[in-house]
Design a protein around this ligand. Structure first.
Ligand code: AKG
Length: 277
């Protein structure tokens, strides 16, 4: 069977840990012997896109832009990479953790932390996503062996249940507010440490997380994929809970093109993946 269709079974204890803490580490989601093609395809696309970006020197950038090179939704322009991003193998792990049969892709993103790249401020991913579900997940996979001092993720355990905490894009403000919140509420902070190429951490949409700076001279190559459960609607408007913000407006236009508030979140760039059938 094609490797990309091979389902990796997740243990009951890993599923329980994810449900409880909002994050979990699963080793060899892509076995090391198979990582080279995935890494190669990501790098091809990243290098192509990078040519179009005018990168300022690190010291002149904002905290956000110091944290990583963020190259988004590259699967749509690279059919060889699309095979990986839309694979049953990756979506199967996500679906088992989420407890669903089918998922949709929200978007992918390469997050490359440069040598001496800055810390990633505390944030909630789902602050950006106009999705009417709590069942969203991100896979964060290094494409190379990495050490903790290259900036592996810190997670505040149990925060997947806190919901929307307000309009807080990744910034010095989100760092200040959310690190204070973590300290005050006494959330345990987890970091899974060194990882091998193809290991992955998974975190849910509301789980508070961030990362340290890259203290090494090596570029930290990480690829991420975001999925949400099938049959998810876009937040309606007006929203009595006041959850629309500028980031969500932008995401609606960018990652759900042609879809409207209150409708199913299912544009042509959010393909449905049924890993188990
Ligand atoms: O790679 C990083 O430093 C941050 C990653 C992150 O925030 C995410 O994948 O949601």
């Amino acid at each position: 069977m094609n490797y990309l269709n091979q389902i990796k079974r997740v243990s009951a204890s890993d599923i329980a840990a994810y449900q409880q803490n909002g994050h979990v580490r699963i080793n060899q989601v892509c076995e090391k012997k198979n990582i080279d093609d995935f890494r190669h395809q990501v790098n091809l696309s990243v290098n192509k896109r990078k040519e179009m970006i005018n990168l300022a020197p690190l010291e002149e950038r904002s905290t956000y832009d110091k944290a990583f090179l963020q190259i988004m939704n590259i699967w749509v322009e690279n059919p060889q990479l699309a095979k990986w991003i839309l694979s049953k193998r990756f979506a199967g792990v996500a679906a088992q953790l989420m407890g669903v049969e089918k998922v949709r892709i929200y978007h992918d993103q390469a997050l490359f932390k440069e040598p001496s790249g800055g810390f990633t401020p505390w944030h909630q991913d789902q602050h950006y996503w106009p999705l009417e579900t709590d069942n969203c997940i991100t896979m964060w996979m290094p494409l190379m062996d990495i050490t903790r001092d290259m900036g592996t993720l810190n997670f505040a355990s149990g925060t997947s249940k806190v919901g929307y905490l307000g309009d807080m894009p990744i910034s010095d403000d989100s760092e200040a507010y959310l690190s204070k919140l973590c300290a005050e509420q006494g959330f345990d902070i987890a970091n899974y440490g060194n990882m091998e190429a193809g290991d992955a951490t998974f975190h849910s949409g509301w789980c508070l997380h961030g990362a340290g700076p890259n203290l090494t001279n090596t570029l930290r190559e990480v690829m991420t994929i975001i999925w949400y459960e099938d049959n998810t609607k876009i937040i309606a408007r007006p929203d009595p809970q006041n959850r629309w913000n500028a980031s969500r407006e932008n995401d609606l236009a960018t990652w759900l093109p042609g879809c409207s508030e209150g409708e199913e979140a299912a544009s042509e760039i959010n393909p449905l993946i049924s890993p188990f059938s």
